[in-house]
Write a protein that binds this ligand. Structure first.
Ligand code: ATP
Length: 259
């Protein structure tokens, strides 16, 4: 598989707090990777480091072979590093279509309005919002606002898409729909990093899982092996969870790596 993103010993300190500490991993084109860890583990900070929102205290971010450690957020977006936010905030008075076209213009996918609107229509059809393209964004339901957020990111022509709790607040059926869409996005060759607290969801969609704890990457690997990893159980999952979900452990022992 072709490498698209590599973090080398990435760190971020806020004063005395080491929010991210010496984290290294690589992502391949088109893979879906779950990023998990307790509250305050450093997940959102890591996304902010990858997308140029925060300056690195140490280490390097390499995107498509290029050192992008010092990039600004707009440069990250234009390169194809897109992200969604925990709280979805569309421009409420603009239509659904206009919101997505704005994403396309910002991301540099299309410089001209006509081309941006065409791309926006395509992405709205892809996420299933074609029929409500001319509706003001304020009138969308929560699941549809989340789809809108995805369409906006896709209009930026991303190569890597970082999804920060994209399923929060959705019911089981809505989550299934969102996961189908995430798989369809990955099938286009876009790499997906999904931050998610619902383990059932992470396990059903991720090909690989990264575990952060106190800013450190304590394990990475195959989902079954990760949920059976004693360090991950102790730091995050708890023994009760492991007993429920970890039964297939013996088949893939050794697939995690401690770092
Ligand atoms: N801008 C900031 N200034 C100071 N400290 C920060 C800042 N952003 C994050 N932190 C601290 O860095 C640590 C990691 O926070 P972060 O939000 O990245 O964790 P998280 O894993 O995303 O948590 P959650 O699951 O609750 O969203 C926390 O101790 C947090 O208080």
């Amino acid at each position: 598989m072709t490498e698209i993103l590599r973090l080398e010993n990435v760190s971020k300190a806020f004063g005395g707090i080491r929010a991210v500490n010496d984290v290294s991993f690589t992502l391949s084109e088109g893979e879906i990777v779950g990023l998990i860890g307790p509250n305050g583990a450093g997940k959102t900070t890591l996304v902010n480091l990858i997308t140029g929102v925060h300056k690195l205290t140490g280490g390097k971010v390499i995107f498509a072979g290029q050192d992008v450690s010092r990039q600004k957020p707009f440069q990250a977006a234009r390169r194809g590093l897109a992200r969604t936010f925990q709280i979805v905030q569309p421009f409420p008075a603009m239509t659904v279509l206009e919101n997505v076209a704005a994403g396309s213009l910002f991301g540099g996918g299309h410089a001209a309005m006509g081309a941006a609107l065409d791309a926006a229509r395509q992405e709205l059809d892809f996420v299933g919002l074609g029929p409500v393209a001319d509706t003001p964004a304020a009138l969308l339901s929560l699941p549809n606002r989340k789809r809108l957020e995805l369409a906006k990111s896709l209009a930026m022509k991303p190569k890597v898409l970082l999804l920060d709790e994209v399923n929060a607040g959705l019911n089981a059926a809505e989550i299934d729909g969102a996961l189908d869409l995430i798989r369809k996005i990955a099938a286009r060759g876009i790499t997906i990093v999904i931050i998610e607290h619902l383990m059932k969801v992470v396990l059903s969609v991720s090909q690989r899982i990264l575990v952060l704890h106190h800013g450190e990457l304590i394990a990475q690997g195959d989902p079954t092996a990760v949920v059976n990893d004693p360090r991950v159980i102790e730091a995050y999952l708890g023994a009760k969870f492991a007993a429920r979900f970890g039964t297939a452990a013996s088949t893939s022992q050794g697939a995690t790596s401690h770092v």
